[in-house]
Design a binder for this molecule. Sequence first.
Ligand code: ZN
Length: 426
Amino acid sequence: MTFGWTAGVGTMHKRRMVHSLALASILTMAAPGSAGGIYAVDVRDDRVVVRFDDTVAGASAFLLDGPRRIALDINGAQIGRGGFAPGNGAIAAVRQGQLNGDTARVVLDLTTPATLGDTRIAADGKSLSFSLREASEGAFRTAVGKGRTRFDAPADMAARPQKRLHSITVPIPASARGVSLPAVEGARDGARPLIVIDAGHGGHDPGAINKENGKREKDVTLAVAQAIRDQLVKSGRVRVALTRDDDKFLVLQERYGIARKLGADLFISIHADAAENADAHGATVYTLSETASDREAARLAARENKADIINGVNLGGQTGDVSSILIDLTQRESMNISANFARLLQREASPFVPFRSAYHRFASLMVLKAPDTPSVLFETGYISNAEDAAFLASRDGQQKIARGVARAIEVHFARKLAMRGGPAGG
Ligand code: ZN
């Protein structure tokens, strides 16, 4: 699932307060030519209208608490390219994301408890609307518990042939198009756990660079990923695939997309950190969270999430602010497993790899967004630190990291098997 959020920036047009829920008129900038693309969210009085540049197939909505949000899932729709400018009033911000190739999600952040009513898709299939009704806290919680509301489609909608929609709305360089799935190596037994190792950055994106010696993050991450792969293949206990095995560029969603398509049991994205302070050193493991654990984690997420943006063109198909990522409810279990693995990784790898004292941090990292694949981002050290850079660039350092990661993987899956009561190891 890919979320590219457009958050609240920009001017508000025609704001007019009518009653306490009366709001702002939000938005716009059409994306010409993208079929079913969302191009505007208008909030007029107590009615919200989402407009598309082509027909959509259907929609449903549900409410989320903590913080209060409305999520709209629209079938046959694509995220649009326009920026959404939220106004004041009941809606603080509007964001959009692509749930899968055919379903877009729009999330409206509520400032006060409200419920939905009178949900409708217009007769031409090019817009949907609903009313916002002020609600008490209790009524809001009850509505959250009720689950999805389907939008009634006009009678002739079913008969209308569904259009084939394309899923990419921005130009993608030839190198990033049509990513083929990588080879799976290691154990032949398809029942063995599959680990996808992602070498961060690549191609036109060098990642962080050491100013003194010119060492580049993309080279280090590839060498480390390959060393981990080799170590896992040697063990013969698990299956393993790399998102990239050479110097090529992948957008973030392609990286975890590969893990999802292969049905990976674990996704590990390899990176090397950078800091202004050349003394900063040591490894850190990041797992996904909507909110960063600290300022530094937030900065790291902003930097890593920008990998998709080149010359102002967002190759990941996201618009606006990518530093805020909504986490789906289905993601909670994956997030717990990821956090457990992060702790295990530090425990098993620290004899070989120096870790920072606060070794586990949380951030809204796009590359960890696969909802059903436990995922960690491993900052293996600081490329900006002379000692770390030498360690990361050395064969010895790479093999030490690989040994630590392989040990953690072994313990992780042995535990999983033990919990299921199956045979361990082998
Ligand atoms: Zn990186």
